[in-house]
Write a protein that binds this ligand. Structure first.
Ligand code: AGP
Length: 606
């Protein structure tokens, strides 16, 4: 959720920390702060984004080590006092923390009983004070952090700066921290890929790890105190730039990157001769696939919607029962797990705590989980150990767009691969492959002429609420459209399978209520048209997403045409106008489209 960046070396730390935090800002952006050591430790923090904190920085802060943080509030309001870094009473120990200290109330109460004055409402601050108390015992930073964390329960990515020691001590437990190894300098980040701007050599911290960093050395040990080896790996570069380029916003850039992102995802993974998918990372033989009893998919938000489309495709093409679960509910429902079933965890960031907990629950009950993940080497990718990278490239906007498309395509290729080992013919397989290969070009074609998006924006931007309706494979696409508009435009949106409308939600319709209907040319089109008529009869204004040249193309008040597409692959086209409607509505309302209020890109708390 929060972003952590740290530096120890010979260069001025401040610009490096600011640069690192900018790259991490998408993770959380309620407030920002840095601590830089130059004899004393100076702390600068501010409610708001990195740029706002930067505006209060003196021009020439010296000091070659420091730690920084962007916050997404969990304990305590969005205030300067609650922003990180947090200092001990003397100011000799300063920390930044990502995660949640579950027993913070007990730790805080015990500190207050010892006469310590707490300055914030956070769960994190207690750690700084306890480390200072422990440091007084033996003046050993590593041991002081270890003894402190042995008293804590919860999750942490923790960085500690000491006034009187030229080290940074870091620790991880259930919250990612990576060390970037430079020449005579070390970087720390809560998001491995951001280190690629600084170095290509990284050390992953595992759960219960503590590491002591100097500019030239890393000493790693366990929470218990056993020494551990330091394994340096090479950071894999993903395709695509993390910068804005010619675009005004990341969301628009990423919508436009979808064709190339899809090309990267399918590249080398389709066997045109055999009409089959070739997802090597799954390491599943055709005979193993043929015996799979059922498939379960888990995810949150956009990843969940992609999983729901995957579920329908798996049932359709592979004829295996498939079911999707909301990750945050999964482990609390004590699910029955069949070790022979296939389980997929779908996640862009690979850091989502709810998804990670669901994976651990499945693994605990004896089954394997396959990751469908974007960020290479992320926690979920490592926890699963097998699966499919979706290769979307860096996704910076909080509202996910290109990752959604690539998740859908990855799951389509899987459905095809299982389908070919069980039920569908080579010809049917070739037809789907042909359809998949057309998609990038069809999206490009649509993006060249997006149709009356701004007319749709006019209908929704001042609405009390907006309905999104579709049937069959378009029902989850409607949900995704609703999530996008809610996230960036802050308009309440309701998404339903179109046939469900008449069972209750239709009561909400008033003269002029906007409804976005997703109606590709598939076997449920006629049924959806009935729902359009029922809604029109009650005064609704219809925004219709349809295939070009279709006989229904005049049914809406605003009609947006997408190119003709294979019926099973229509989500990859129908979602794009809804992404654009969300984007332009947010702009029309003056919202921060890339950093919508209250949200964060990777949600690392349950
Ligand atoms: C998508 O626009 C959202 N920001 C959010 O719902 C997101 O999809 C969800 O938090 C899951 O994230 P993940 O894919 O990184 O696991």
């Amino acid at each position: 959720m929060c972003g952590i960046f740290g530096y120890i070396g010979s260069k001025r730390a401040t610009p490096i920390l600011v640069d690192g935090l900018r790259r991490l800002e998408y993770r959380g952006y309620d407030s920002t702060g840095i601590a830089v050591k130059n004899g004393e430790i100076s702390i600068f923090k501010k409610v708001g984004k990195v740029s706002e904190m930067q505006s209060i920085l003196p021009s020439n802060i010296q000091g070659t080590s420091g730690i920084g943080h962007t916050r997404w509030a969990t304990h305590g309001g969005v205030t300067e006092e609650n922003a990180h870094p947090h200092a001990s009473s003397s100011g000799d120990v300063v920390i930044v923390h990502n995660g949640i200290i579950n027993n913070s109330r007990i730790l805080r109460a015990s500190l207050v009983a010892q006469g310590v004055e707490l300055k914030s409402e956070t769960d994190s601050e207690a750690l700084a004070h306890i480390i200072e108390i422990e440091l007084a015992v033996d003046n050993n930073p590593e041991a002081a952090v270890r003894r402190t964390l042995q008293k804590a329960s919860g999750t942490w990515g923790l960085c500690v700066l000491f006034k009187n020691h030229d080290v940074i001590v870091v620790a991880a437990n259930g919250s990612t921290l990576e060390i970037g190894k430079g020449d005579g300098e070390m970087f720390i980040s809560s998001d491995g890929p951001t280190l690629s701007e600084f170095t290509d050599r990284v050390v992953h911290l595992h759960d219960d790890d503590i590491a002591v960093l100097t500019a030239t050395s890393i000493t790693r040990s366990s929470l218990k105190g056993d020494r551990k080896s330091v394994e340096v790996s090479v950071l894999e570069k993903s395709w695509g730039e993390a910068d804005l380029g010619e675009y005004e916003h990341y969301m628009l850039k990423e919508i436009h990157e979808q064709p190339d992102a899809l090309r990267h995802c399918i590249s080398g993974r389709l066997d045109r001769v055999r009409g089959n998918g070739r997802l090597g990372g799954l390491r599943l033989s055709p005979s193993a696939l043929a015996k799979v009893p059922h498939v379960r998919l888990i995810g949150c938000g956009t990843a969940l919607h992609a999983a729901e489309i995957g579920q329908l495709l798996i049932e359709k093409l592979a004829r295996i029962p498939a079911v999707t679960h909301i990750a945050s509910e999964f482990r609390h429902n004590d699910p029955v797990i069949n070790p022979n079933a296939l389980h997929f965890a779908v996640s862009q960031s690979g850091e989502t705590a709810d998804t990670l907990s669901a994976i651990k629950e499945i693994q605990l009950k004896g089954a394997q989980v396959y990751g469908v993940v974007n960020v290479v080497g992320s926690t979920i990718a490592r926890q699963c150990g097998q699966g499919v990278y979706i290769h979307s490239g860096p996704e910076q906007a909080v509202a996910s767009t290109k990752a959604f498309s690539n998740m859908v395509v990855a799951l389509t290729m899987f459905a095809l691969q299982v389908g070919r080992s069980r039920s569908i013919s080579k010809e049917k397989g070739k037809e789907i492959i042909h359809g998949l290969q057309q998609i990038p070009h069809l999206i490009e074609e649509y993006l060249e002429d997006v149709g009356p998006i701004m007319e749709a924006v006019e209908l929704v931007k001042d609405a009390k609420s907006v309905f999104f309706l579709g049937r069959g494979i378009s029902a989850p696409v409607a949900k995704e459209g609703a999530l996008k508009l809610m996230e960036v435009a802050y308009i309440p949106c309701l998404a339903y399978p179109a046939g469900e409308m008449k069972h209750g939600p239709i009561a909400l319709l008033e003269e002029g209520s906007p409804i976005i209907f997703v109606v590709p040319n598939d076997h449920v089109k006629e049924k959806t048209v009935s729902a359009i008529h029922e809604s029109k009869a009650r005064g609704a204004k219809i925004i219709l997403i349809h295939e070009e040249g279709d006989e229904i193309s005049e049914e809406g008040d605003v009609n947006i045409a997408i190119p003709k597409v294979h019926p099973l692959l229509s989500p990859l086209l129908t979602v794009v106008p809804m992404q654009l409607i969300a984007y332009h509505t947010a702009l029309a309302l003056g919202n921060d489209v890339d950093r919508p209020r209250n949200l964060a890109k990777s949600v690392t708390v349950e």
